[in-house]
Design a protein around this ligand. Structure first.
Ligand SMILES: [Zn+2]
Length: 96
């Protein structure tokens, strides 16, 4: 059984409700962002009972998705985070 990104929410696992603006879990994948695809190409929800079994695979798919979105997949060193550079009291917003 293949695991593929949920076509409905594109791996996010949730939608923003168009009326309330609140995040709601995707019905199609149950909020995981991924679904099983069988040999006939039919997608279906991953049963909760299988989450433990597929956790590692989902993690890998998620890392791949984030990488495609432009993340390096590595945590930034705290000193490289812009928030840490704002402790001088200056409000220089023109800095890159
Ligand atoms: Zn979904």
């Amino acid at each position: 059984m293949q695991i593929v990104r949920c076509v409905s929410c594109e791996g996010y696992g949730w939608f923003e409700d168009e009326f309330s603006g609140e995040p709601v879990d995707c019905d199609w994948c149950g909020g995981t962002g991924y679904v099983y695809r069988d040999a006939r190409g039919v997608d279906r929800k991953i049963p909760e009972a299988d989450y433990g079994k597929v956790a590692a695979q989902l993690e890998q798919l998620e890392a791949e998705r984030l990488r495609q979105m432009g993340y390096s997949g590595q945590a930034r060193h705290p000193d490289e985070q812009p928030i840490r550079r704002q402790d001088t009291g200056s409000d220089d917003e023109s800095a890159p």
